[in-house]
Write a protein of this length. Structure first.
Length: 295
């Protein structure tokens, strides 16, 4: 009886081991096929979206769309393009220094285990998850109404600055953490102080990662609609004063599509918006590589 039990147990063990060997043998090609399938679906989705926009929009790109003056006949996107550049630059001028210096404080100067630092990080994560329409409502109630700025470029820029601040802070913090400690030790060993080490050694080394966060922030600024409708307004004009109302390309595209009268021009605006985003990302990436190569 004991021998029979031992034989059955041994057969079960051998069968169990053989089963898992077969699973291990089959799992590698299965996971490889799954990875390739996921990659193909991702690339295919991207190609389909971009191709659909190009096919629907390119035939309606015409010189009148690039007129400096907007009217109901040409529905020019040039004022919106200029407003987009102004809004992007102004938002980054407000947020980039604040986000980068906050990350420097959290990584280089704050004591580890400090409860205040934990609260700051938790607040940052919470802010990054708030929907943009909530930021737009806050911007309308605070900047537009309470401060009396009205629908203006400045109100929209400050609202967008609050939106992208968590992204720049987190990306800058991770980039600074990725700098090896040997850089700091070598700088201190050569007699450099804390401030010189941060700005001459650590910050240039982390600049490619910081620029990556800024590139993502630019993409969010250019593609934002809900927050700007409530703060910057929808006036199709080139702003000559930060207190004037203006519309960005994404708001311009939304306005044309929602009106239902110039849907084809809305597709053309989407093509231009896509090209603007690609151009900005390309220039930013090259700038990040150049800055990183100087170090």
């Amino acid at each position: 009886m004991i021998k029979l039990f031992t034989a059955i147990t041994g057969a079960m063990r051998r069968g169990y081991n053989a089963f898992w060997r077969l699973v291990r043998i089959l799992s590698e090609p299965f996971m490889a096929a799954l990875t390739w399938a996921a990659t193909a679906i991702t690339i295919g989705t991207l190609v389909f979206i971009v191709g659909f926009i190009l096919v629907k929009g390119i035939p309606y790109i015409k010189p009148s769309l690039f007129s400096l003056t907007y009217n109901s006949n040409n529905v020019s996107l040039m004022p919106a393009m200029i407003s987009t550049v102004i809004m992007t630059v102004l938002s980054l001028l407000i947020t980039a220094p604040l986000g980068i210096f906050s990350a420097i404080f959290l990584v280089e100067y704050a004591r580890r285990g400090n409860r205040i630092i934990g609260v700051i990080r938790m607040t940052t994560e919470t802010l990054s998850g708030i929907p943009s329409i909530v930021y737009g409502l806050f911007g309308m109630l605070f900047f537009v109404t309470f401060l009396g700025w009205g629908f203006s470029v400045l109100a929209g820029a400050f609202t967008l600055s609050i939106m992208i601040l968590p992204l720049i802070m987190r990306s800058s913090e991770e980039a600074l953490k990725a700098v090896p400690d040997t850089y700091r030790e070598g700088s201190f060993g050569l007699g450099a102080g804390k401030l010189r080490t941060v700005f001459r050694i650590i910050l240039p080394s982390a600049m490619p990662g910081i620029m990556a966060g800024i590139i993502l922030s630019i993409g969010r600024i250019v593609g934002e609609t809900a927050a700007l409708i409530y703060t910057a307004g929808t006036v199709a004009q080139i702003p000559t004063d930060p207190m004037q109302s203006a519309r960005t390309l994404s708001v311009h595209m939304y306005a044309l599509s929602s009106e239902g009268l110039h849907t084809n021009e809305g597709y053309a605006t989407a093509v231009v918006l896509l090209l603007v985003v690609v151009l900005i990302n390309t220039v930013s990436a090259k700038l990040a590589k150049r800055i990183g190569g100087i170090v």
